[in-house]
Write a protein that binds this ligand. Structure first.
Ligand SMILES: [Zn+2]
Length: 358
C-alpha cells in the first residue's frame, strides 16, 4: 500500500518536474524560499528515472532526488573468467560497476528497468561489480535488485559499512563480499575509494580520475542547503572537515547524491562558506544572548517555582533563542540557496551543540 502510494506520488512529482518552469522544477512548499539552479537532467516521467551518458564509460542516473553512478569497463570480470578480474585481458563486451542503489522515488521495478537500460546503453554483458558509498538504506536499499538479477555480482564496501550491514541483516542491503578496512581501488574501473567518515562511519569518497568525477554522498548539496541536521552527520567536526577533503581532489564534476543537479567546485566552496557563517552566528548568539532572563522567568533557581532545577526547560528555551537568532541571520543572507528557510534552524541547533560539546 505504502509502496503504491509512493509510486503515485513519484509519478505526480516527476510529471510536475517534466513540465514545470525551469526555475521551479520541483513542487515548492507553500511559503518556501526556493532558489535552486536548473537541474542537469529531468527524469523521464514515464520511466521514473533519467540517465546521463557522461562519456568515457561513465553513466550517472537519477530518479529526480537521488543520484548514483555506473562505470563500464572491458577489463571487468566477465561471466567466463571466474571470480578474478580479467588480468589485463580485454573482454569482448564491457561489464558494469554500479555505485549505489537508491530508493527515494525509485521502486524496485523502475530501478531494475534502469539497470537494463544501462546494459543496453553501455553494451555491457552483465553487472559484475557493485560499490556501496555508505550503509544508509535510502542510498543502497535497492541493492537486492542488483543481486537478484546478477547473482554473481561482487559487492564492495568499507569494512565499517559491512559490519553495520551484518548487524542489521536487512534483505534489501546484501552484505558485501569484499570489505576493505581502508581506502582501496577497483582498478578495472579506474575507481579509487578513500575513507571519508564524514557523514557516517565507513562512507567513501569515490574518485574516477580519467574523467575527474568525484562521488561523495550526503556532504554537499549543490544549490541547496544540506538535508536536515547537517545531513544527519554522525560527528559535526568530521562533516565540516570533509569540505576541505573534497576540495583536495582534482575534480570537474561532483556526484553528491541528492536533488536536482550535479555539483562543481564552487558548490563545495559555497556550502563551506554557509557552514562557516552558521558557526559564527551560533557562536555570536551564545555570547550575546544571556541565559539569566530565561532562568528568572522560569524560576529555575527559585525553590517555590514548579520549574525549580528544571534545567532541561532552561536549556530548551535558551538554546531555542540562540538557534533562532543564528537561523534568522543565515536565512537573511543565504536566500540564494534552496530551502534555506526549511532546515537552517536545525543546522544552527546541531552546530550550537557541537560548539558546546565537541
Ligand atoms: Zn546517508
Amino acid at each position: 500500500m505504502k509502496i503504491q502510494f509512493l509510486c503515485l506520488a513519484c509519478l505526480a512529482c516527476l510529471a510536475a518536474v517534466a513540465f514545470a518552469d525551469a526555475q521551479h522544477p520541483f513542487p515548492v512548499p507553500a511559503g518556501a524560499r526556493f532558489n535552486a539552479t536548473t537541474p542537469n537532467t529531468y527524469p523521464d516521467p514515464n520511466k521514473g528515472y533519467g540517465i546521463i551518458d557522461y562519456g568515457s564509460g561513465i553513466y550517472i542516473f537519477t530518479e529526480g532526488a537521488y543520484w548514483g553512478m555506473a562505470v563500464a569497463s572491458d577489463r571487468g570480470r566477465s561471466r567466463n573468467n571466474g571470480n578474478g578480474y580479467s588480468n589485463g585481458r580485454r573482454n569482448t563486451r564491457p561489464t558494469l560497476l554500479i555505485i549505489d542503489a537508491p530508493t527515494g522515488f525509485f521502486t524496485p521495478q523502475t530501478y531494475g528497468n534502469m539497470l537494463n537500460e544501462l546494459l543496453d546503453m553501455s553494451g555491457a554483458s552483465t553487472v559484475s561489480d557493485m560499490l556501496y558509498s555508505h550503509q544508509h538504506t535510502d542510498h543502497i536499499g535497492n541493492a537486492f535488485v542488483v543481486k537478484q538479477n546478477f547473482p554473481n555480482v561482487l559487492i564492495h564496501a568499507h569494512s565499517d559499512t559491512c559490519k553495520r550491514l551484518r548487524q542489521r541483516n536487512d534483505p534489501r542491503r546484501p552484505v558485501p563480499c569484499h570489505c576493505y578496512s581502508r581506502g582501496f581501488t577497483l582498478s578495472p574501473f579506474d575507481i579509487e575509494a578513500t575513507d571519508l567518515h564524514a557523514h557516517v562511519i565507513g562512507n567513501l569518497a569515490i574518485y574516477h580520475s580519467p574523467s575527474k568525477i568525484l562521488m561523495a554522498i550526503d556532504i554537499v548539496f549543490p544549490g541547496w542547503i544540506p538535508f536536515r541536521d547537517l545531513a544527519v552527520a554522525a560527528y559535526t567536526p568530521d562533516f565540516v572537515a570533509a569540505h576541505d577533503t573534497i576540495l583536495e581532489y582534482d575534480f570537474d564534476l561532483l556526484v553528491s547524491g541528492h536533488l536536482c543537479r550535479l555539483g562543481h567546485r564552487q558548490d563545495v566552496i559555497t556550502q563551506k562558506e554557509y557552514i562557516a557563517d552558521l558557526f559564527q552566528y551560533a557562536t555570536d548568539a551564545m555570547a550575546n544572548i544571556p541565559s539569566t532572563p530565561f532562568a528568572q522567568a522560569l524560576g529555575t533557581f527559585d525553590p517555590n517555582s514548579p520549574n525549580f532545577q528544571n534545567y532541561w526547560a532552561l536549556f530548551d528555551q535558551w538554546f531555542d533563542a540562540c538557534d533562532r537568532n543564528c537561523s534568522d541571520r543565515a536565512i537573511a543572507k543565504w536566500g540564494r540557496l534552496g530551502a534555506v528557510d526549511i532546515w537552517t534552524y536545525g543546522h544552527c541547533a546541531k552546530i550550537g551543540e557541537s560548539i558546546r560539546i565537541d
